[in-house]
Design a binder for this molecule. Structure first.
Ligand code: SF4
Length: 254
């Protein structure tokens, strides 16, 4: 008797359709589309043009991945308390990518990482080495806000890190900056203090990584800004050595 493949249960089917729709919506929004119009039959010339079109670009792939993450429920304690996931922001082909720990209240509300006072300082720090925020990519290890801004739990970081790995793979940065002790220690799998980790490059899955202080920490400890500035100057010099951002001007301390 021939084998019969049973259809998936209703819940699975609904989840698959929801995910597929979310990916399509994200791809449409990445193209600036906000309305759906019923498709007419394509002319033969359009079919031929579509067949010759290049595969999805980096921005589309990132948008699709962001849509996938938006449906994630791996950490029930975060998936049920978040307003939305905070995937990342910036140039999808950025040579420089900055990684923090987790979204805070402002980020959870607005869906963008580093948008509060700490985010404003980060934007200033980047401007100090001549980099507009739009020319880098900014993300966090966790894509959901821990309630009450508590520290992420180890299993939450472990569950979300594969999304960061995929993000790094799609963007392909030449250099990473880990913002803060928690991000640096998690990425480098060490308990060494940020004070001992910062100031030199490390290797993270084949990409150079500079740990430095988190902007929120710098707001509370302005005396450490000089050290962070030294880290950023090393980053700027390395970007110059790698011949990326060749058009950027010289240094000016923020
Ligand atoms: S933190 Fe990451 S793994 Fe956990 S629910 Fe959010 S997106 Fe999923």
């Amino acid at each position: 008797m021939p084998a019969v493949t049973l259809p998936p249960p209703d819940d699975e089917l609904r989840e698959a359709l929801r995910l597929q729709l979310a990916v399509r919506l994200a791809a449409a929004r990445s193209h600036g589309l906000s309305r759906w119009v019923r498709r007419r039959a394509a002319a033969p010339a359009e079919v031929a043009a579509a067949a010759a079109a290049p595969a999805a670009n980096g921005a589309e792939l990132l948008a699709a991945e962001a849509a996938r993450v938006a449906c994630c429920t791996r950490c029930p304690g975060l998936a049920t308390t978040r307003t939305q996931t905070v995937y990342g922001v910036g140039d999808p082909r950025a040579p420089l990518m900055l990684v923090g720990e987790a979204p805070g209240a402002d980020e959870d509300r607005l869906g963008e990482p580093f948008v509060g006072r700490a985010g404003q300082l980060l934007t200033k720090m980047l401007a100090g080495i001549g980099l507009p925020r739009e020319r880098v990519y900014i993300a966090n290890i966790l894509k959901c806000r821990p309630p009450g801004n508590r520290e992420p739990l180890p299993d939450e970081k472990a569950s979300c890190t594969p999304y960061l790995h995929e993000q790094i793979r799609l963007i392909g940065p030449r250099l990473l900056v880990a913002l803060g002790a928690h991000a640096a220690r998690h990425l480098l799998a060490t308990e060494t203090s940020i004070g001992r980790l910062r100031g030199r490059f490390h290797d993270y899955r084949g990409v150079l990584l500079m740990p430095t202080y988190h902007p929120a920490y710098l707001l509370r400890n302005p005396g450490e800004k000089a050290a962070s500035w030294e880290d950023l100057k090393l980053v700027r010099q390395k970007l110059r050595d790698l011949r990326v951002y060749a058009d950027l001007p010289g240094y000016s301390q923020p």
